[in-house]
Design a protein around this ligand. Structure first.
Ligand code: 5AD
Ligand code: SF4
Length: 462
């Protein structure tokens, strides 16, 4: 692996000066992020950079002088939604000629998307790719100083930018990226093409950010990476993800750690032992399996077998008390037969996940799977999805019912669905709804679990 350049964030003040000259009162920016947590964290950095050059942040597009869509490219449906939402902005732009509209994130990293924006969405002023957040001040300055449109051609950035300003969405739950990019090239996935090669932040940089979060009172810190279990490759120091977790757990304070996403080919017994050894690390493992058929796993380029996967799950259950599992499943991968699909049903019955994120396969051009024969109809795939969800619902219900009567600690995340209700997230990642004072949001409480409805628990303050 080549050495990774690490650079600091800096801008020369041109954008701030241009902005100050162009607006009488501080302009407002609306940033909307789609997709994964990595993208949400990027959105927080975008807001940080915008504030750094003089924008205020608002939460409705109608109030905004700048609207930025920070997009996801993982499935076609998400892309269509973004194009629809951008199309809807044309009206706003007609009413407010000074409004700036921008698109960034994973979609903007694809040349055909940038071309489509250039040709069919003339009212979009600004486009920049997923690793170009630090260049935003410069692009904004160009636009404000009179360039018609600033559409960046997608480039692959290979360096890590440290010290970006950030405006976090929450005051008690924080995202902390430990690495960027992905080298796995699962045959269905666009991420390695848009987010580039895998590169790890140094333990020192991560530790510094982590300590800052703990000092600032963050209760839940989620470490992010496309495949956290391959953390450390290419670093000077000999450190893996388990070592990093153990290092962070030496920081004193009142917090707990989550992480995502783990790849089953790299998740190790050492990782599971590390979870067991540190009470700060939550007893929940998101371990996407994608399929329960070894044949399909091979076609997906996943580099593990069902047997290996089940062994990991079994070891984790034996080692970490009360651990729960969640997973991602793709239904209808090209050529997935009824028999392959039934193997997936078998697998989910064996593992007994608390939570599943299920997706019908979406063809992404440029990936290997896009060229594979795909003889099954959407109707057949949707039918399989329905069967999968029914099986999973039953499994989830049985497991949540088994928790009734227990008392567990929970982080109060926000309002529940019903009047006067709050949501508390347990360490095992389940959410319990309970009646309580909204002032409790952001703090930890003991909840007595009184009932269950599918994957959701009901509880009362203990
Ligand atoms: N089609 C459907 N689902 C996909 N995912 C990734 N790429 C695709 C695709 N082309 C799912 C995988 C991954 C999750 C984040 O999104 O299950 O784990
Ligand atoms: Fe979407 Fe994947 Fe990009 Fe996240 S990394 S924003 S899920 S395409």
């Amino acid at each position: 692996m080549n050495k990774i350049d690490r650079i600091g964030y800096n801008h020369d003040g041109t954008a701030a000066a241009a902005l100050a000259a162009a607006y009488d009162t501080p302009p407002m920016a609306y940033v909307r992020s789609y997709g994964c947590q990595q993208n949400v964290n990027d959105g927080e950095k975008i807001k940080g950079v915008l504030m750094d050059v003089g924008y205020g942040i608002c939460d409705s597009p109608e109030q905004a002088d700048l609207i930025l869509f920070n997009t996801c490219a993982v499935r076609e449906h998400a892309e269509q939604r973004v194009f629809g939402n951008i199309g809807a902005l044309k009206k706003l732009k007609e009413q407010n000629k000074g409004l700036l509209i921008g698109l960034c994130g994973c979609m903007a990293q694809q040349p055909q998307v940038v071309e489509k924006i250039r040709q069919s969405y003339p009212f979009v002023d600004l486009v920049f790719g997923v690793n170009g957040i630090d260049t935003l001040p410069n692009l904004l300055a160009q636009k404000i100083e009179g360039r018609k449109r600033v559409l960046q051609t997608p480039v692959e950035r290979t360096e890590i930018v440290e010290g970006m300003p950030i405006r976090r969405d929450s005051s008690f739950r924080a995202w902390l990226p430990i690495m960027y990019g992905c080298d796995n090239f699962c045959t269905y996935c666009i991420v390695p093409y848009v987010r580039g090669r895998e590169r790890s932040r140094t333990p020192a940089a991560i530790l510094e950010e982590f300590k800052g979060l703990v000092t600032a009172g963050y209760k839940e810190i989620t470490l992010l990476g496309q495949n956290v279990n391959s953390y450390g490759k290419g670093l000077d120091e000999n450190v893996d993800f388990s070592d990093l977790l153990a290092l962070l757990c030496t920081v004193p304070g009142d917090y707990h750690i989550r992480f995502m996403t783990s790849h089953p080919k790299d998740a190790s017994h050492k990782l599971i032992d590390t979870i067991a050894a540190h009470p700060q690390i939550c007893n929940h493992l998101h371990l996407p399996v994608q399929s329960g058929s070894n044949r399909i796993l091979k076609e997906m380029n996943r580099h593990y077998t069902v047997e290996h996967y089940l062994e990991l799950i079994e070891y984790a259950r034996r080692t970490v008390p009360g651990i729960t599992f969640s997973s991602d499943i793709i239904v209808g991968f090209p050529g997935e037969t009824e028999e392959d699909f039934e193997a997936t049903l078998e697998l989910i019955k064996k593992v007994r996940y608390m939570q599943l994120f299920t997706f019908i396969y979406s063809k992404r051009s440029g990936t290997k799977a896009a060229d594979m024969p795909d003889p099954y109809t959407h109707k057949q795939k949707a039918d399989r999805m329905g069967r999968l969800l029914a099986v999973q619902e039953e499994i989830a219900c049985e497991q949540t019912a088994a928790l009734v009567g227990q008392t567990q600690v929970a982080l109060v995340e926000g309002h529940g669905r019903g009047e006067g209700l709050l949501n508390g997230r347990l360490r095992n990642n389940l959410v319990a709804e309970f009646a309580g004072d909204p002032a409790l949001i952001g703090s930890e409480v003991q909840l007595h679990i009184t009932g269950s409805r599918a994957a959701m628990l009901t509880a009362e303050l203990a």
